[in-house]
Design a protein around this ligand. Structure first.
Ligand SMILES: Cc1cc2nc3c(=O)[nH]c(=O)nc-3n(C[C@H](O)[C@H](O)[C@H](O)COP(=O)(O)O)c2cc1C
Length: 214
């Protein structure tokens, strides 16, 4: 059975820089034989976490009056996740933050109830982050890195890789970047062909045309 890979786009811009990188990564997934699923958070209505703590007993969010249940189901069902976010005020986008906070029920499932989220693959569940920012600030991705690491932990996913690209601001400016889309494609394919995540995530940072791999 093909590896199911869910791509989540969280920019308010459709066809924005992070979204285009995500689509390129998903093309890489498909070329490597993975089964691609795509969600744009803008197409869903998701309210904020009300911190009622009901999920501490059930591992599920008790509020089912919006589209969060379908996001929950997908997050639990897939083996691979690629999460794309622009940097907004040195953090993930607001849509990303709202969706991540609603996953407090998965945090409860993992850390309070200690229920495992089963994986159909021997290598287990893996996650990848894509993020873009407009400025040259070298610490711009710190917050994204930390938030996503904690999010993947709650999802019982190993953080396999990250692609961070700075100095892209206008909608679609990423199309003019010499290597970013190809890098996304490569990392997307790797997410399908990798059986287990490295001890620390493979991180590719593109600062202008300079590439730093950690
Ligand atoms: C509300 C808002 C806040 C932003 N904050 C930052 C920031 O803190 N640092 C930065 O480098 N770029 C910032 N940007 C620029 C975006 O990160 C940049 O344009 C990015 O490529 C947008 O990706 P997208 O096209 O996927 O939305 C901000 C843009 C917006 C709209």
């Amino acid at each position: 059975m093909a590896t199911r890979v869910l791509g989540i786009s969280s920019s308010p811009r459709h066809d924005g820089n992070s979204d285009l990188l995500l689509r390129s990564a998903l093309d890489g997934v498909a070329a490597a034989g993975g089964h691609v699923e795509y969600m744009h958070l803008d197409d869903l209505t998701i309210g904020h976490c009300r911190a009622c703590d009901a999920c501490w007993k059930t591992g599920r969010c008790r509020w089912e009056d919006d589209d969060y249940p379908q996001l929950y189901r997908r997050l639990v069902d897939v083996d691979r996740l690629i999460f794309a976010t622009p940097v907004h005020f040195l953090a993930v986008s607001s849509a990303a933050k709202i969706a991540i906070d609603r996953c407090q029920c998965l945090w409860a499932r993992t850390y309070i109830l200690k229920q495992s989220i089963p994986s159909t693959l021997p290598g287990g569940r893996l996650g990848m982050v894509i993020s873009t920012g407009g400025s040259r600030n070298t610490r711009m991705f710190d917050c994204v890195r930390l938030t996503m690491q904690y999010f993947f932990d709650a999802l019982q996913m190993k953080h396999a890789s990250s692609l961070f690209v700075n100095c892209v601001d206008d909608r679609g400016a990423i199309r003019n970047h010499p290597t970013a889309l190809a890098e996304a494609y490569r990392l997307g394919g790797l997410l399908v062909t990798t059986d287990c995540a490295p001890c620390s995530p493979l991180e590719v940072e593109l600062y202008g045309t300079e590439k730093i791999t950690r």
